[in-house]
Unconditional design. Sequence first.
Length: 388
Amino acid sequence: MRSPVAQRGVVDDALRAVGPDLALLAAGVAAVVLLAVLWLAVQWLRRPPGVRFQRLLDDHDRVAVLMHPNPDPDAMSCALAVAAIAETVDTETRLCYPGQIRHQENRAFRTVLELEAERIDTADELDDDPVVLVDHNAARGFPGAEGVDPIAVVDHHPGDGEGTSFTDVRTNYGACASILAEYLEAVGVRPIGDDEDADDAAQPLPWEVATGLLYGIQSDTNHLTKGCTGAEFSAAAYLFPGIDEGALDRIANPQVSAETLEIKARAIREREIRGSFAVAAVGDVSNVDAIPQAADELLYLEGITAVVVYGKYDDSLHLSGRSRDDRVHMGDILSSVVDDIPMASAGGHARMGGGQISIAHMQGIGPSEGLTEHEFTERLFGALSGDI
């Protein structure tokens, strides 16, 4: 029988013999763990934006979905879509907007789809709820807007605004509704056709949301003819099974007010044309939404490739521009025209843009030298021609 000392020697020899194997095994296990962690991190980062957005909503009991001032169908449909995604994780939503819903198309959208949205006058009315911005990337148009710090921004307009937790701004997209349609598809929400049972879908998409998103895409792309990407067509294909065609027609063909028709006629009558460009001043208006409609109308004139229409409302000059000329980026044109005028803002996309100017500041209040309406028209033509 071996002595205790001899036995210890045998054990030590055995441990020394397996030591390298244990080290190799430990290194292998560590490598596998590291690879697993890296794989999980990559999968986390590669999650579709819609899934990440849904997870963010899940972190809150309630959020305020804020549309831009005087929201259009694209903005309103995006708000509806955020509410639909929030519902999948039992998060409450408040749909909010500053300004007014005035355009007959916008009013029809709200009525037909029974949009429940609150009008706010100040930032205090957001009640400290976490804010999600849709179809714009910086809150504006109401007292305290500059202090709104959104948790999320989903938009397709140029700008520097960001969300504290989530930002998805795709300036190449024709409509913000296309982005939200992708989100819905990514989180497993499915439009239901007339021949399908909604009970068969785990998360059916309400017809109001499908119809609204499709119309939002159509309205921001002139019925899928301007500023489109493949995303718009893919989103339309995804949404189409769940739309209500009758509701879509009622939104697209609302009754038009007499004033809107008069402003369109005034724009045609008062237009000034130089080459392929047209500018029209329509004077005082009580419905600023008629101005972009007049711009749309002027663009149909034969030989015209870019137009700007402006009118006066509530001590401000409202601008709306349209372009089908590859030489004219309308958003940049309008931005350059108002760049040196205090209390003025303008911008937009290549095919359409808009802006607002304080008339008093345009006429010389503040550091600017001031512009007459004639000089402003000359500046517009100069910008359209590439001279500014």
